[in-house]
Ligand binder design. Sequence first.
Ligand code: KG4
Ligand code: ZN
Length: 342
Amino acid sequence: MADPLILGLESSCDDTAAAVLRGQEVLSSVVMGQAELHAAFGGVVPEIAARAHAEKLDLAIEQAIEQAGIALPQIDAIAVTAGPGLIGGVLSGVMMAKGLAAGLGKPMIGVNHLAGHALTPRLTDALSYPYLMLLVSGGHCQFLIVRGAQDFTRLGGTIDDAPGEAFDKTARLLGLPQPGGPSVEQAARMGDETRFRFPRPLLDREGCDLSFSGLKTALLRMRDQIVAAQGGLYEQDRNDLCAGFQAAIRDVLAEKTRRALALYLAEAPDMPAFAIAGGVAANGAIREALTTLCAAHDVRFTAPPLRLCTDNAAMIAYAGGELLKAGELSDMSLSARPRWPL
Ligand code: KG4
Ligand code: ZN
């Protein structure tokens, strides 16, 4: 039998996305961001996000179907993010999926958004199980051993902010544009990371948990000290602050990855591999540190291309396809779950 055609829907944060997959082949992947809607508020506003998803999902689906060169009734199944995420947005996606499933008479599969991210390296690099995964985005930070489409072991994660969130807050405190990650990274390239010494939170504690909220407090204090001493913030100060801040995140992620690798390698996997995903995976300094670390342990390093690393619906369609194979279908009682740990 030919691989099924799966329509994926994603609406759990601030991207409205739809994609069509045939097996491993991404026929289309449409992502409609909402950055401009939230820009004035300094963060994602749940009510605005939910309304935008409800308005845009139709269009995203229409474009995904058209770009895939198929007609909607050809779809074999609908995969939809059922959580975790902002409840209004997740609900929009789940309602849409239910409508399509009922209207077309096709099965529906509720997918965990985190499982979508975690399985993406199978779609892009055909990684075999088990592999170690670091998911680092604006909303998430966790280490997972991925053993199967429904079999994950969480080794640790952030106990407060996600790294992307810390980058975004840092940019805001220094008057740099959003999203903060790319602008802080750019400033850091021209900065001296040794001028300001940021803390390395939780390194003194065993295990793979991380913490990032102390970094922005440290940054705020340093910024205010400079402003008090010289009456303002010069470009070089900003660059040095960004470099010191980024170095702290890089060092913490590298050390915790070293510990996660040790736990993973103790299981003697046949083909050891480490994958990084999420928007923060775009950061050159972090990537370089993790690449070096993996090379030193003879572990293959992979990172999906950025368009599949950040929120998208192709990963939801792929994870949905794996669940479909396992016969894990959802029915009309599928509910949206704001919290849904793997
Ligand atoms: O995965 P993503 O698109 O969305 C979710 O959080 O779900 O990640 C976005 C996050 C933002 O916080 C952004 O600042 C961060 O990824 N980011 C970066 C870089 N590019 C994006 N952080 C550090 N360095 C970058 N180059
Ligand atoms: Zn995500």
